[in-house]
Design a binder for this molecule. Sequence first.
Ligand code: NI
Length: 257
Amino acid sequence: MIIDTHAHYDDERFDDDREELLTGMKAKGIDIIVNASATVKGCFDSLALAEKYDFVYTMAGIHPSDTLDLEEPGVFEEIKKVAAHKKCVAIGEIGLDYYWDEPDREIQKKWFAEQLDFAKEIGKPVNIHSRDAAADTLDIMKAEGAKDLGGIIHCFSYGTEMAKEYLNMGFHIGVGGVITFKNGKKLKEVVEYAPLDRIVLETDCPYLAPEPYRGKRNQSDYLHMVAEEIANIKNITKEEVVRITRDNALRVYGINV
Ligand code: NI
């Protein structure tokens, strides 16, 4: 069975068929879904999903593009309450996004550091979003002692040199639909390079559907295609990819099944 380590089922694109889709996942070989939070509302919506479905877990955290919301008094305290819930297995997604490049980088950096700090305080791993911000992400992680936290670099988009740095810090590489793209050469190299026991599967659905669904709404069972592609790259069976990435996900999130 496959674990989806990063999904967004609270997204409105699932409003019409969320229940049907989620309850049908087990029959399609997906038995655990970790839903990520990005916004303040998302933290609560995601928690509600984790409370409704036993196979759904959640994260609490604010995406770098939404960190301005954390400047409001009391907001971070609310997030902290969600993070303490027993079905909240990580702080995320948190990080830096210089592709969209707002809010101001100083605000993004401040709240990335604060949320890493909080993860340390509460003893939970982190799920990191880092886009066009490799060096700053690494600097802040080192300064905050992220090595002791563990976690996942979600939707890994850098090359093998950076992968090496994050792997050295004990982090896992999140691999999704991009691995099936014709222009996904850089990620294919990273997957070839990284040991399988440090790779986890993730959809980031509704975004980043793999081929042949590229551009359409993504969903967790499409991870079969991602596992297949990793198996091709590593020249092993798909079953082995599923088994080991599953163990990795359970270990990194501390989920007992
Ligand atoms: Ni995401």
